[in-house]
Design a protein around this ligand. Structure first.
Ligand code: TEU
Ligand code: CA
Length: 523
């Protein structure tokens, strides 16, 4: 089953709903607020959005603790607001993906209340329960007990208030462990299908799937979880045309094999994401420096070996997605200035993958350190501050300037804003906008168009690569000018370049300055 064609040109924008735009003045971003900003997204060149969970929840994990998967949380609006948002977005050629959280619910979900009852009932097997209330851990699974009258302990999927739904075990070895094809796990799968069908039936274009690899327990070879997702993915692709499944798995070679269309490179699973973007002063921190490092201390080869392995294994059946950042990690501007970010985006938006831009990254919003945790964010809270629309004290985040926003705004007087950048031809926003335009119009910048490295990937300062037949890209992160000689490329003309020159004398010498980049057409 090949992935939907529209992914070839997709440029996703991740929206944290509570922090994007507050349309009704209560200080919390909402669905009508997203609808009000669709023209902004269309002007930026975005053609797909992923909205973090916006369903009924006690919000102890910012909405990843759900009590009703088929109802929009009152603080974001109504189901009708979602219908309006989808229709308005489609009217602008923007697809809408929601966040599917299949692995767990809130412990306040009605399913859990019923499943926690001592006497056996139709939902006793909806979660993973031991038959012994004193179990704290079994293998790699944590358990919690004492919070209900059921004579057992329940498996935890993330926080203690997020009981794991029962999709079964790949290799059951204890009496309480059911095979993933047993009746209980199959009923859970059926319940997940009805949640998916509910939103797909309302025109949603697909899902980003939370902790996709967590469903089947004791599954070291991920045989069971692949079988479960293959059934769900085949069902969805057969029942609903042109919809996508995007996994938070971090193992594209497994996720695509399991039926997903796209899998993220992330700070866990494959090492590719770390090698590009994470280092000693990011969150999560890493010992080694990333390739996009302001002192050129990284090594593109660390990324490229992981990426090339994934591409070989995926073999055209799906896509890798490299996000600029997301709601769980520090923003790319952490430790990088605008010049560094322009080089990073030149790579992110010309490399073969499906790009995801996290809201605010297009203007270089900062990761705000040391914020008090909100709704289970902890260190992640710094990447979830309100969108900065203009330079007024409240950044025009809310229709009510007096409203207390969901989180404090970035306090820096120099904080970036859309208003200050969208008309500035040298701004980061304009650079991202130009690259998105290129990606949308150049036939050699589709997600699958051919890639040929023109320089050694290690350490990769500078790095040059060819896309398709007609484009050559050069990036040189860091403070040191560099030059490299390329093979004869034919006639070379700059499309978008900064401190980057290709000289025709004696072959092709590329001179590129500190934080230089260039996109050249070759004929
Ligand atoms: O994240 C799962 C996950 O593994 C990462 O969140 C990471 O391990 C964690 O943030 C510590 O860095 C997903 C969602 O993205 C996250 O926001 C949720 O909190 C989590 O699942 C539970 O649903
Ligand atoms: Ca609001």
């Amino acid at each position: 089953m090949s992935a939907p064609e529209w992914l070839e040109r997709a440029i996703f924008y991740q929206i944290y709903p509570q922090s994007f735009y507050d349309s009704n003045g209560d200080g919390i971003g909402d669905l009508a607020g997203i609808a009000a900003k669709l023209d902004y997204l269309a002007d930026l060149g975005i053609n797909a959005v992923w909205i973090n969970p916006c369903f009924e929840s006690p919000f102890r994990d910012a909405g990843y603790d759900i009590v009703d998967h088929c109802r929009i949380a009152a603080r974001y609006g109504t189901d009708a607001d979602m219908d309006r948002l989808v229709s308005e977005a489609h009217g602008r050629g923007i697809r809408v993906c929601l966040d599917l959280v299949p692995g767990h619910t809130s412990d306040q979900h009605p399913w859990f209340a019923r499943s926690s009852q001592p006497e056996r009932n139709e939902l006793s097997d909806r979660y993973v329960w031991t038959n012994n209330p004193w179990v704290k851990r079994d293998g790699d699974i944590d358990f919690v007990s004492g919070t209900t009258d059921r004579n057992g302990a329940y498996a935890v999927n993330f926080f203690a208030h997020q009981p794991a739904l029962n999709y079964g075990f790949a290799n059951p070895v204890r009496r309480y462990q059911q095979h993933y094809d047993a009746a209980g796990p199959r009923a859970t799968r059926a319940a997940l299908k009805s949640i998916m069908a509910h939103w797909l039936g309302r025109g949603v274009d697909g899902f980003r799937v939370d902790m996709a690899g967590s469903l089947v327990k004791c599954d070291p070879e991920q045989i069971g979880v692949r079988a479960v997702w293959r059934e769900l993915a085949d069902w969805m692709h057969n029942e609903f045309d042109d919809r996508v499944l995007i996994s938070e798995w971090g193992r594209p070679e497994i996720a695509i094999d399991a039926g997903f269309d796209v899998d993220f490179l992330l700070p866990f699973g494959t090492p590719g994401f770390d090698a590009l973007l994470l280092g000693p002063n990011t969150f999560p921190p890493r010992r080694a420096f990333p390739y996009f490092d302001d002192q050129s201390r990284g090594d593109f080869g660390r990324f490229y070996s992981a990426y090339a392995f994934q591409r070989r294994r995926i073999d055209g059946r799906g896509y890798v997605a490299i996000p600029s950042s997301n709601h769980d990690i520090s923003r790319p501007s952490h430790g990088r200035d605008v010049a560094d970010l322009k080089v990073l985006y030149t790579f992110l938006l010309t490399w073969p993958h499906v790009p995801f831009i996290y809201y605010g990254d297009e203007i270089g919003m900062r990761y705000v350190s040391d914020l008090p945790s909100k709704e289970g964010g902890f260190e992640r809270t710094g990447s979830r501050t309100p969108m900065q629309w203009d330079a007024t004290p409240h950044a025009a985040f809310s229709s009510n300037p007096k409203a207390t926003p969901y989180l404090p705004l970035d306090p820096a007087p120099s904080r970036p804003s859309v208003a200050a950048q969208s008309d500035d031809r040298d701004s980061l926003w304009r650079h991202v906008n130009q690259l998105i335009y290129l990606r949308a119009t150049e036939r050699d910048l589709t997600a699958s168009a051919r890639l040929e490295l023109l320089t050694d990937p290690s350490p990769g300062y500078p790095l040059a690569y060819r896309r398709g037949e007609s484009l050559v890209v050069i990036v040189n992160p860091g403070p040191t000018a560099a030059q490299v000689r390329l093979a004869n490329l034919g006639d070379v003309n700059p499309v978008l370049s900064h401190h980057c020159r290709v000289e025709h004398s004696a072959g092709f010498r590329v001179r590129v300055g500190p934080s230089g980049y260039g996109v050249f057409s070759v004929t």
